[in-house]
Design a protein. Structure first.
Length: 571
């Protein structure tokens, strides 16, 4: 093999020199790269430090903010199962800076009127020529509108993000949840009641957990709205409550309100009939009167006899019944046929002092107790609580309370006789049930079960029955006071129900304000025809969700009442 030509091979010293230069060049490049990376890292670090500084000490939109701005500006509200009812989102706003407009103001006014027709060209032009520095044109703007505004290319128009309160379930539970104003402060409902908790940096990361069950809420609202529409009522209210904890599982007021656009709702829609509306709730009060008499030793048996004539004259007034007996009748029959005459006599035996004592212990003489700020005080006879008022209050006239008062009263009557205020917060370790106050004896509470079940199986509340779920309760039809006089042409109808009556767990109250008679109700507009069916349909829907199974073999001890109803034919 021939040796390489010496001319083609570099001398050894020259080769070493080239290798050394290459290494020096690589080292220089490595140093420059490292220096560049250090500079880059330093810039990133400075930016990060600046962001943290601004977050901790900066002034944004005229208000001091801290590191807690990483948490939403307002805490979420969720139902008892964690379903979101209110949350804060980033929304687009469109603003106008008239002094920064560089194009034709007339042309811009035309374009704005085309994109946002809530104002006319003339109104937009007036804003553009007003000389003022700033206007909001649209808050919670749709992305398509933001894109169209951006496409105008006008520096005087600004689009930016801002926190906004969203109610993803729209009108569901609106009067419970409430809504906020344009600055994010609670105006009504739980938004108002817990404004501090929801906006406090220390707590707003934790949602406010309500007692409301969205499934039950939807069922109650649907059935009440259907009845309100069918009977052309002015409004409606309904409540579902756990009788042992006082938790309000559903509460609604109609007409409906959409809290996403609360300002567009009518005053009537913003009014919470369940906690602010006070009404004479009529015969739904009669079970309280009987229970008072039982606890006072006046009624010893449901077979106790009272004189029930066609009409009863009392203190210059005449008390009548829709279905007069015209004969002596038992306590069981008085409740079954909803006799004003019989109940008035029982109330007279109870007397004013004891009547006020029991009503006071149930919270009926003051504002209804619940977390909401929208709470009404009961309207009572006050200083005029004389013998006649005792009789009329006994059957639910001359005293006006909220539907929530009534629901709390029925919970007290059937949970063993213990009063607990209603709550809209989920009862758990963080929020234990309120300490109860005894109102009725446990024996009275137990014995009243059969009496109220009788009303549904054989009395005025038959249409409230939900097969298998053992509903008990009481109808109430009260004439409205118009121009200082009661009129039978306008009524408030109510049904207060409890189920399952053999082992009571839940109260359901439904009320219609001024329902009208229809052909299907044969010209009647009483509670047994229009609001009792709401209870039947609602219980049938919600009972399976609550774990109450239908059972047609179980009943309360009807031997307490049935023998005394059969005596009717003997008189």
């Amino acid at each position: 093999m021939n040796a390489p030509t010496p001319a083609l091979v570099a001398p050894r010293p020259e080769r070493l020199r080239l290798v050394g230069q290459r290494r020096q060049l690589l080292a220089l490049m490595h140093q420059r790269l490292m220096f560049g990376m250090l500079v880059y890292a330093g810039v990133i670090a400075l930016i990060a430090l600046r962001i943290l500084y601004l977050a901790a000490f900066g002034d944004h939109a005229g208000r001091k903010v801290g590191l807690t701005t990483l948490i939403p500006d307002r805490g979420d509200i969720v139902d008892r199962d964690g379903e979101p009812l209110a949350r804060t989102i980033d929304a687009w706003i469109i603003a106008l800076h008239p002094t920064k407009v560089i194009g034709s103001k007339l042309e811009l006014a035309r374009n704005l009127a085309r994109l946002m027709p809530e104002k006319s060209e003339e109104q937009y032009y007036a804003l553009l020529t007003s000389g003022k520095p700033f206007f909001y044109l649209r808050r919670r703007a749709a992305p398509a509108l933001v894109e169209a505004v951006n496409a105008l290319g006008e520096p005087g128009l600004a689009v930016q993000r801002e926190p906004d309160r969203l109610y993803p379930q729209t009108s569901l539970g609106a009067h419970v949840i409430g809504y906020t104003d344009i600055d994010g402060h609670g105006v009504a409902g739980m938004e108002r009641a817990f404004d501090g908790y929801l906006s406090d940096a220390a707590t707003r990361g934790d949602p406010l957990i309500l007692s409301i069950d969205s499934r039950l809420q939807q069922a109650l609202e649907h059935e009440l709205l259907d009845a309100m529409t069918t009977f052309s009522a002015l409004g409606a209210a309904g409540i579902v409550m756990d009788i042992h904890t006082g938790e309000v599982l559903a509460m609604t007021s109609l007409p409906q309100l959409n809290p996403n656009a609360a300002g567009q709702g009518s005053q009537e829609a913003r009014f919470n009939r369940a906690t602010l509306g006070v009404y004479e709730l009529g015969s739904t009060f009669k079970p309280f009167t009987v229970a008072m008499a039982m606890d006072s030793g006046i009624i010893k048996s449901f077979g106790q006899i009272y004189n029930c004539p066609d009409a009863l004259r009392a203190y210059g007034h005449t008390i009548t019944d829709t279905h007069p007996f015209g004969r002596p009748c038992t306590v069981a029959e008085i409740m079954k046929e909803s006799s004003n005459i019989g109940t008035a006599q029982i109330a007279a035996q109870v007397g004013a002092q004891r009547q006020q004592y029991f009503l006071g212990k149930m919270g009926f003489l003051g504002p209804v107790k619940i977390e909401l700020k929208e709470r009404a005080r009961a309207l009572t006879p006050g200083n005029n609580w004389g013998p006649l008022e005792v009789m009329t209050v006994g059957y639910g006239h001359g005293i006006a309370v909220t539907p929530l008062h009534l629901a709390t009263g029925y919970a007290t009557l059937f949970n063993g006789g213990i009063y607990r205020p209603a709550t809209l917060l989920k009862v758990d370790r963080r929020h234990p049930p309120a300490k109860g106050v005894r109102v009725f004896t446990e024996d009275t509470s137990y014995r009243m079960r059969a009496l109220l079940r009788l009303v549904v199986t054989q009395g005025t509340g038959k249409k409230a029955d939900a097969p298998g779920y053992r509903v008990g309760g009481k109808t109430g039809t009260a004439e409205k006071l118009l121009n200082g006089h009661y009129t039978s042409s306008a009524v408030v109808t109510t049904f207060a129900g409890v189920f399952p009556m053999d082992e009571p767990r839940y109260v359901v109250v439904a009320m219609l304000d001024d329902p009208k008679a229809t052909a299907d109700t044969y010209g009647f507009h009483t509670a047994g025809w229009n609001v009792a069916p709401v209870i039947s349909r609602t219980v049938s829907r919600i009972a399976p969700m609550l774990g109450v199974h239908p059972n047609k073999t179980r009943e309360p001890n009807m031997a307490e009442v049935l023998p005394f109803v059969h005596e009717k034919a003997e008189h």
